[in-house]
Design a protein around this ligand. Structure first.
Ligand SMILES: Nc1ncnc2c1ncn2[C@@H]1O[C@H](COP(=O)(O)OP(=O)(O)OP(=O)(O)O)[C@@H](O)[C@H]1O
Length: 600
């Protein structure tokens, strides 16, 4: 097939009002303005803005992992501390200053990469607590690795007045941090992280290698925290373990990002501006009680604005804040639905060889404790076939799909296109041409329909850009009837629409084999008919092989070549449809109740 055979819909993607180049230019302009601060000649003000910038770099870089990937890294500040020590130790050893920054960033990047291995075995609260433990551990090491860190005495840097160059460095770093956030939010990598945040398993089955993506964002955010630590150490001219690893400040950047609205482009900045201002006000006006009042304010905000200020009703109804509270999505001007309906899908057109076995299962078994969900299943699926996989509830249909797509690694042998699938990861299974839908749909809820489809397309072997993928996405969306929902968030869709989106997302992978898990329940007869016509087109025009799990027998009866019947994990029938429905065991196991209900 060739993409150039295709007629693409007239879709255009343009950056949202507060995204892309405009924001990068805005950030650069703010940076240039900030460069003027030292010209006032008031060191207090320069110092204040400098500290603000350090907090901003920390909060914003934390949000790459916390907001984009959804991993709450409470130990982010440890990277700041290690960066500060690496910088200070190098500077004292006589290394030129720019190289000291590089050493700090590289050292922490290496440590972050190593820490990723144990940390990303954990999720949710466990991940957060494990990362929190890094802070006291780093502090302990700083106290005890005396030759490197000076122990409790800390490190005194060479006595130079560096506030102004440190300030300029911090401005540069802050601008780069923000510009990177803009680019990340719209990049393929950023979308991989957002998909991971939404649903790791679904991300894997659309071809995303999740661990390298998580490790990469840990390394990137760690390196920027290290640079913040380095520039701060430079300006402080003295560091000791409590200053750079102390829990009293370690969680402040996290609180700032969460307070503003983690995961929103402007969230960390707004959080830093507000919390930093409150902190300074309290420091000046409440010497004794400032920490208590500050903590109370953070608690109250957490209670009444759990998603952060920019996600609150107040922000959404306040003109200035409303613009800042927008999520970064690729904005699409959808082509008129009617114009795209009849267009062909941008999929490869394959001519199936009916004699060729595409998928071969030999003795596939999967047990959960003593419950053998799939029991010694042996089955050949030929190219271009549409197979109906049926059986009573709990007979093992979904588990068999999970074995094929490597949600589980089963016992037995799986061959795809003649190659052994043993040890393949889920993303690799997607890469070799297996697409699937989930019985309970799992779209990436806070991405739009367009982005859901496009993200799958961008992780195909031919790696189209996000813009190209968004163009393609409209064809798939129109194919499954979601053209009018194209720019809406997936979590706003109905159950049926989510199922349709799953189909579109799976098709965007250009699968050779499509595993469809119960899409017809809840559809009207007309909708079932339309869905069947989709499956027919997928098979007849694009040569895709399909295994369809479905309880609605009338849907399968319209299209399947073969019926494979499971009972308690075992194949009890594998025959052409007409033959299978005459089998007593099949009727008893499945068709009895379903067929009677439907009048078949
Ligand atoms: N993750 C799991 N842990 C433990 N048991 C499981 C798990 N997944 C499935 N099972 C069990 O495996 C058996 C087969 O379940 P499976 O979901 O594959 O059946 P199914 O045929 O798809 O059912 P349904 O038609 O209701 O979707 C059931 O007994 C189920 O309880």
């Amino acid at each position: 097939m060739a993409h150039n055979e295709l007629t693409m819909p007239q879709t255009s993607s343009r950056p949202p009002a507060f995204g892309g180049l405009g924001v990068v230019i805005g950030a650069a302009a703010a940076g240039v303005l900030a460069l003027g601060v030292p010209q006032f000649g008031v060191p207090y003000v320069t110092n204040l803005v400098f500290t603000f910038l350090v907090f901003f770099i920390l909060a914003q870089s934390w949000d790459w992992i916390g907001g984009l990937a959804g991993y709450v890294n409470l130990g982010h500040f440890a990277y700041y501390g290690i960066g500060a020590y690496a910088f200070a130790a190098s500077l004292v050893a006589g290394v030129p200053t720019p190289l000291c920054f590089l050493i700090a960033a590289v050292a922490v990047a290496g440590i972050a990469a190593l820490l990723s291995f144990p940390l990303f075995r954990l999720k949710g609260d466990y991940f957060a607590f494990a990362t929190l433990a890094i802070l006291p551990l780093a502090e302990l090491l700083a106290f005890n690795l005396v030759p490197l860190t000076g122990g409790a005495d800390g490190i005194v840097l060479p006595p130079h007045y560096v506030l102004v160059p440190a300030f300029y460095t911090a401005v540069g770093l802050a601008v780069v941090t923000f510009a990177l956030s803009v680019l990340l939010a719209r990049s393929r990598f950023g979308y991989a992280l957002k998909s991971i945040r939404n649903d790791e398993q679904a991300a894997e089955v659309v071809g995303i290698r999740i661990f390298p993506a998580k490790r990469a964002v840990m390394v990137l955010s760690g390196a920027f925290a290290a640079l913040a630590g380095a520039v701060h150490a430079w300006q402080l001219s003295y560091i000791d373990p409590p200053t750079v690893f102390g829990l009293n400040v370690a969680l402040v950047p996290v609180a700032m990002a969460l307070f503003g609205g983690s995961g929103l482009l402007w969230g960390p900045l707004v959080g830093v501006v507000l919390l930093f201002s409150i902190q300074q006000y309290l420091l000046v006006n409440m010497t004794m009680l400032h920490a208590t009042v500050y903590g109370l304010i953070i608690l109250l905000i957490g209670r009444f604005m759990p998603g952060g200020l920019l996600r609150s009703a107040f922000a959404r109804s306040t003109p200035g804040l409303r613009a800042l509270s927008r999520e970064v999505h690729h904005e699409i001007e959808a082509a008129p639905p009617a114009a795209t309906h009849e267009r062909r899908l941008p999929m490869p057109v394959r001519a199936p060889d009916p004699d060729k076995v595409l998928l071969s299962l030999k003795g596939i078994t999967k047990a959960f404790g003593g419950n053998v969900a799939v029991n010694n299943v042996t089955l050949d699926v030929r190219e271009g076939e549409v197979i109906g996989l049926v059986g009573a509830n709990g007979s093992g249909k979904t588990t068999l799909f999970n074995c094929i797509s490597k949600v589980y690694e089963p016992q037995g042998t799986l061959l795809f296109d003649g190659a052994d699938m043993k040890g393949l990861r889920r993303d690799e299974v997607a890469g070799i041409g297996v697409g699937r839908t989930f019985q309970n749909p799992r779209p990436f809820g806070d991405l739009t329909v367009a982005e859901n489809i496009a993200v799958a397309a961008t992780f195909r072997a031919d790696k189209p850009s996000m813009t190209e993928a968004l163009k393609e996405a409209e064809s798939y969306a129109a194919f499954v009837g979601l053209e009018e929902r194209f720019t809406q968030r997936a979590d706003a869709l109905s159950l049926q629409e989510k199922k349709s989106l799953e189909l579109a997302r799976a098709l965007a992978l250009h699968p050779k084999l499509l595993l469809v898990d119960e899409v017809a329940s809840g559809l009207t007869p007309a909708e079932v008919k339309r869905f069947v016509s989709h499956i027919r087109e997928i098979r007849e025009v694009y040569g895709v092989t399909v295994i369809w799990v479905e309880h609605i027998f009338s849907a399968l009866a319209q299209i399947v070549d073969r019926l494979v019947v499971l009972e308690q994990g075992q194949v009890i029938a594998d025959a052409p449809l007409a033959e299978a429905v005459r089998d007593e065991r099949v009727l008893a196991a499945y068709l009895g109740s379903a067929a009677t209900k439907e009048g078949h």
